[in-house]
Every structure is written in structure tokens, then in C-alpha cells.
Design a protein around this ligand. Structure first.
Ligand SMILES: Nc1ncnc2c1ncn2[C@@H]1O[C@H](COP(=O)(O)OP(=O)(O)OP(=O)(O)O)[C@@H](O)[C@H]1O
Length: 400
């Protein structure tokens, strides 16, 4: 599904609306009498929409607030202010039964499959755990079959239901995490760096799996990553975050081929380009200095302390995330939301297609995705994420 406009607005009817979301963590001093002396402004006024069946990628450097946004979407953190509307209802105001019902529909897939799965629980218990809280989705007698169906859906052998996480490779563990995310038939999946901890060769397989599941279950994704090339592969729209705010948002074509915010341009200039010819034409933008502290962000434009275009106005005036005036009347791909007073189109990486995730060939459904010996649990090497799991015993789509 493609958004029509490169903006915080979704192309279709939004399933999720995030309005001016703020999360400040108090900074305190003193042991007995804690006194607030400031705040870490982890997220500071983020707005976007997500349409049904759409994937919104959110990218940015470490510490820019991506995970905090993700946690607020699934109610693991309560926002300081702002609204998160699911089908028009502000879920930040919900509690009790209303909240429980909504939480079922917005599930999270975590970054690190090595630490996010309880090593003492079997895969069956891990995937079936959400049914303890939502027994209405799968009554006790049906749970085992449901969990086996989920294992099958994510390409794992349903017979592995009694195995433990350490018996699986990194890619397989992330499949288990995805199966758990799907257990309650959610409409939205928030995936926080779901492939960052995986081997490059396995990353593309997990991305392909997410792609397939989206089509099969009409899922909407908020896909968080620091790697621009991976986000492009899966996203319809992409939002670029810097120091707690969105700097630019647009369709994948607008962001990758027609970026107008200097920060996006700098990030793109650091993406590896596989084609040596294209690499020669690629402009490298080296940013000066470090990311300022979110406890004391710069006035005006937060990017100004590292921006080569910064002028006095950038210090005095916060740039709004809107279509910049110079592009407003144009009908070009540069006409998308960008929070820069001096927005300018710059094609950093030449020609289409060079930023697509290059790791492996797409895997056909039905083909074994992760190589290895038949029917065996992952070898110790695999469990450490250095290799992939054994091949399917039944020759199906199981990547185990
Ligand atoms: N519980 C907390 N208390 C205080 N500060 C926090 C807390 N959680 C996050 N932060 C701070 O908020 C900022 C944003 O953190 P967040 O984890 O959202 O960033 P991120 O972009 O997801 O980075 P990463 O990719 O490294 O996880 C960081 O400066 C972080 O140190």
C-alpha cells in the first residue's frame, strides 16, 4: 500500500494516529529527597499516521528516541503528553478492559532474539503465553494446535513446540518472537530493530517473512531501524528522526531519491553502495560534532549544531514538519514534509535500486530459507547466531 502524499498523513484511512507525542524522563538529584533538575527529552513532539496494511519505517541514530516511540505505541511507556489514536480512540487515556482489548491489537517484536525469549520456557509456552491474558483468543484445549499453526506460519517445524530457545539459531529465534507477536491476531505490529542483532545473511530472510505475513494477515507495521537500506526494502513511507523529533517524512522514493533535509542527506551519504560505479558518484557528507544531549537540546532546529547550512534563523525558530514553501506549489517528489528552514533537494546516491537490501536473493515461499541439517536443533554455532538452523525435515517452508 502506498501513501499518496509524502507527509505525516497516511494515504488511506489511518488505523493509528500519533499526535504530538512527548516523553520526558525526569533527571533527579538527591538520595532521600529527590529533586527534579531537568529532563531527558527522549521524544519531543512526534506526529505521524499509519494506514491499514501500510509499513512506516522510522530511522535515526542511536538515542534519537525510536525505541521510546515504539514502547509508547504498545503501552510499555506512558507518554508525558500527546495522543495515540487507534481507530480514532486515544489509547493513552484507556485503562482496564478497554486498554486490554486495544493492546491485543498492537503487538511488538523486539530487537534481540537472544535476550527477549525466556530461556527456561519452551517455545510452545513462549508463543502461547499471551493466551493466558487473552484466553478468549484460544481456549485451553486449542492452544497447542494454535501454537503449532503459528510455528508453521513463520516457517518453523511445528514439532519443535517443546524445544527451548537455545536450541534455535538467531534467525529462528526471531521467527519465534514474530510468532508470539502474531498469537493474538493483531492488526498492528511494532517491530523495534527486528533484524539488527542478526547475521546479514539472515536479515533478508526475516524481512521477507515479515513482508509475506503482512500480505497474508493485512498487518500494518511500524518498522524501526537505524539502517536506511533495510527500511527502504520494507517501507511504504519512511520517517527520519533526530534528537526526539521527526526531521523528514515521505514515501520511500521521496526520502531516498529526493531528500530535502540535510540530516537525511547525511544519513543517506553513509549508506554502503554496492555498485563501485555508483559509489564514485556518491557524495559523502561528514557531519561535524556529536549528537547533542537530549537533556539539553539546541534551541530552534535541533540539527543546527551539526548542519553545514545553519544560519541565525535556525537558532531562533523551530522548523515545522511541513512541505517547505519552495516546493509547495511544485508537483515534484521534493514536495514532502521536511523540518528545515533551508530545505533543498539533493540526490545523494545516484540511480534507483542501489539501496535495496543486497544481502541475499529473495526466498521463494516453500523453499527452505535457512540452511542446515534436517530435523536437528541448531548447533552451538547457530545458537550463537553465527549460522542458520537446520533444513526442514518435511521439505516445506520451515526454516528450522
Ligand atoms: N528509562 C529511561 N530513563 C532515562 N532516559 C531514558 C530512558 N529510556 C531512554 N532514555 C533516553 O532517551 C533517549 C532516547 O532513547 P531511545 O532508546 O528511545 O533511543 P533509540 O533511538 O531507540 O536508540 P537505540 O537505537 O540505541 O535504542 C536516549 O538519550 C536514552 O538515553
Amino acid at each position: 500500500m502506498r501513501a499518496e502524499q509524502g507527509s505525516i498523513r497516511a494515504g488511506g484511512e489511518p488505523i493509528l494516529e500519533v499526535i504530538d507525542l512527548v516523553k520526558h524522563y525526569p533527571l533527579t538529584q538527591g538520595i532521600l529527597f529527590k529533586k527534579q533538575v531537568g529532563a531527558v527529552k527522549a521524544v519531543d513532539g512526534v506526529s505521524f499516521e499509519l494506514a491499514a496494511g501500510e509499513t512506516l519505517g522510522i530511522v535515526g541514530e542511536s538515542g534519537c528516541g525510536k525505541s521510546t516511540v515504539a514502547k509508547m505505541l504498545v503501552h510499555l511507556e506512558q507518554p508525558t503528553s500527546g495522543a495515540i489514536k487507534y481507530k480514532g480512540e486515544d489509547i493513552t487515556k484507556l485503562s482496564g478492559r478497554g486498554l486490554k482489548a486495544v493492546r491485543r491489537n498492537i503487538q511488538m517484536v523486539f530487537q534481540d532474539p537472544y535476550t527477549s525469549l525466556n530461556p527456561r520456557m519452551t517455545v510452545g509456552d513462549i508463543i502461547g503465553e499471551p493466551y493466558e491474558i487473552h484466553p478468549e483468543v484460544a481456549p485451553k484445549g486449542e492452544r497447542r494446535r494454535k501454537v503449532q499453526d503459528l510455528l508453521d506460519v513463520v516457517g518453523l517445524n511445528p514439532e519443535y513446540i517443546n524445544r527451548y530457545p537455545h536450541q534455535f539459531s538467531g534467525g529462528q529465534r526471531q521467527r519465534i518472537g514474530i510468532a508470539r507477536g502474531l498469537a493474538l491476531n493483531p492488526e498492528i505490529i511494532v517491530a523495534d530493530e527486528p533484524v539488527s542483532a542478526l547475521d546479514v545473511s539472515v536479515q533478508a530472510q526475516v524481512i521477507n517473512l515479515l513482508d509475506r505475513l503482512q500480505a497474508e494477515f493485512n498487518l500494518s507495521y511500524v518498522f524501526i531501524a537505524h539502517d536506511l537500506s533495510i527500511v527502504r526494502h520494507i517501507s511504504d513511507r519512511v520517517g527520519v528522526m533526530y534528537l526526539g523529533r521527526l526531521a523528514e517524512i515521505g514515501t520511500d522514493e521521496q526520502i531516498y531519491d529526493h531528500p530535502t533535509h540535510p540530516y537525511t542527506q547525511a544519513l543517506l551519504s553513509a549508506v554502503p553502495v554496492p555498485d563501485p560505479m555508483a559509489r564514485e558518484y556518491r557524495e559523502r557528507i561528514i557531519l561535524r560534532g556529536d549528537v547533542p544531549s537530549p537533556a539539553n537540546p539546541p534551541s530552534g532546529c535541533r540539527f543546527r549544531t551539526r548542519c553545514w547550512k545553519a544560519q541565525e534563523r535556525c537558532e531562533l525558530e523551530v522548523p515545522l514538519l511541513v512541505v517547505p514553501a519552495v516546493f509547495r506549489l511544485t508537483d515534484t517528489a521534493a514536495a514532502h514534509d521536511s523540518a528545515c528552514h533551508f530545505a533543498e533537494e539533493k540526490q545523494v546516491v545516484p540511480s534507483e535500486g542501489l539501496l535495496e537490501a543486497p544481502e541475499t536473493e529473495p526466498v521463494e515461499p516453500g523453499a527452505p530459507e535457512e540452511p542446515g541439517g534436517p530435523g536437528e536443533p541448531a548447533a552451538p554455532d547457530d545458537a550463537a547466531g553465527k549460522g542458520d538452523g537446520p533444513a526442514p525435515p518435511s521439505g516445506g517452508a520451515h526454516a528450522d
